[in-house]
Ligand binder design. Structure first.
Ligand SMILES: Cc1cc2nc3c(=O)[nH]c(=O)nc-3n(C[C@H](O)[C@H](O)[C@H](O)COP(=O)(O)OP(=O)(O)OC[C@H]3O[C@@H](n4cnc5c(N)ncnc54)[C@H](O)[C@@H]3O)c2cc1C
Length: 412
């Protein structure tokens, strides 16, 4: 590209920024990314412990997401799939409920374990079938309410809500009151019903890495935290840089003075990793604590999902409920809960990741970004514009790139 071609800055190398760069490159542009940290991936990061990937916060790729199907090569990621179901730790007993979201016939075990009623089973069947027959667009066009109100209005019993829906979706929405929009609930439910939850064999960070590997003409400046965006100008540590267009692929409220009064609010989570001699699950499945007063919401053995020969078993346990505990006290509390509810002992704490800004708290959920073109030269991307998911982040990057190119075309 010649130097007279438009100069485009992207702020943030998370999924939305990386997808924006891919789309721009496909049309012959050579954007520059300014990233505050020293690596790509944003909220998707992985560390390793004795060769075992530890994600910064438990998250999964839903294989039916339209945008991950479009941009990722699942084969190259070596996806490891979770079983479609859950282990419920309830009143000292463990019930394995098979595929309640994908196939209603598996619900017999749910019904007989006392997790829900026969009516609940039929309602799950009805809900699964009605969602299969609806497009994603229809789900997001429907009037939204909270997930909890939706489940109640649908007629689900308190028993199935408390024993299954609340713990399962708390772990996904990172909030346990199920205030998240029912549109998002139905979208996620549909994705679970029609595909799998999976993790790349080398951890979630392989997702942004694969996007990054598609970039040939994008320059990434690491450790460059943008302080302010002023029209076409970005301010970084005293430097003032001019561009023809700027894509802000992160929470823009600190960068644009006009938005500073309405900062994005966030849900947080804290994932703790423990080492132990052997898995007690021996299955790639998510375990849920159903008691209303535990801090631990969900657990799984990383080494059951991604087996590493000769290694100890590595347990991931995620806390969603708000707490004021130090990490040391949280670890002690989590160990007690895991012993009392799941009979897990001999747990050695190895690492913890508290993520304060994990998922955006949104009043309602949209499939596409609501606000892409902020001004003639500034465009927005990021999951906070639509819904907290990998799919939304990627789609927002695509939308921002498309609007940017349209605007540049008009100014030619
Ligand atoms: C714990 C947790 C669990 C999750 N679970 C799931 C799940 O199971 N399934 C799912 O689909 N999604 C899940 N998500 C959500 C998913 O990870 C996000 O939707 C997605 O990664 C957001 O990408 P993004 O590009 O919008 O933002 P980010 O990843 O936040 O990227 C923004 C980037 O901008 C950079 N940046 C910020 N400010 C500046 C600045 N001033 N200057 C320069 N750079 C800046 C940041 O360093 C970052 O790299 C989860 C997220 C977390 C944290």
């Amino acid at each position: 590209m010649s130097t007279s071609e438009p100069k485009i800055a992207i702020i943030g190398a998370g999924l939305s920024g990386l997808v924006a760069a891919i789309c721009l490159e496909e049309q012959g542009f050579a954007p520059e990314i300014f990233e505050a940290s020293d690596s790509i991936g944003g909220r998707i990061k992985t560390d390793f412990y004795e060769g075992i990937p530890l994600d910064h916060g438990f998250q999964v790729l839903l294989t039916e997401y339209p945008l991950t199907k479009k941009y990722l090569d699942y084969g190259a990621l070596g996806l490891k799939h979770f079983l479609p179901g859950a282990l419920l730790y309830r009143k000292g007993k463990t019930s394995k409920i098979g595929d309640p979201l994908r196939n209603a016939t598996f619900l017999f075990s749910t019904v007989f374990s006392g997790v829900g009623s026969i009516q609940d089973k039929w309602k799950i069947f009805r809900l699964s079938s009605s969602l299969k027959n609806k497009s994603i667009a229809q789900l997001f066009e429907a009037p939204g309410t909270s997930t909890l109100d939706f489940l109640k209005e649908y007629g689900f019993s308190d028993r199935i809500i408390d024993n299954f829906f609340r713990p399962f979706f708390s772990g996904i929405f990172l909030e346990d009151e199920l205030t998240t929009s029912s549109r998002m609930f139905q979208f996620v439910y549909k994705m679970f019903s029609e595909g799998d939850a999976a993790i790349p064999e080398k951890g979630m960070q392989e997702i942004p890495k694969q996007l990054y590997e598609r970039l040939w003409n994008t320059k990434i400046h690491y450790n460059r935290s943008v302080a302010r965006v002023d029209g076409k100008t970005i301010h970084i540590n005293g430097d003032i840089l001019d561009f023809d267009a700027v894509i802000i692929a992160t929470d823009p409220t600190k960068l644009l003075e006009q938005l500073s009064a309405t900062p994005v609010q966030w849900h947080s989570s804290h994932t703790l990793y423990f080492k132990t001699k052997a898995s007690t699950m021996n299955l790639p499945i998510i375990g849920l604590l159903t008691k209303s007063d535990t801090l631990v919401n969900n657990l799984h053995f990383v080494t059951d999902v991604i087996p590493v020969s000769g290694s100890d078993a590595i347990l991931s346990a995620t806390v969603v409920r708000a707490h004021e505990l130090s990490e040391t006290d949280l670890v002690a509390r989590a160990k007690k809960e895991l012993l009392d509810c799941c009979k897990l002992n001999d747990l050695e704490f190895i690492r913890g990741y508290r993520i304060d800004r994990a998922l955006p708290k949104l009043k309602t959920a949209h499939y596409e970004s609501r606000l892409v073109k902020y001004s003639d030269h500034v465009f927005l991307a990021g999951d906070h514009l639509a819904n907290g998911s990998i799919n939304a982040a990627m789609l927002s990057g695509e939308q921002a790139a498309s609007e940017t190119m349209k605007a540049l075309e008009q100014t030619k």
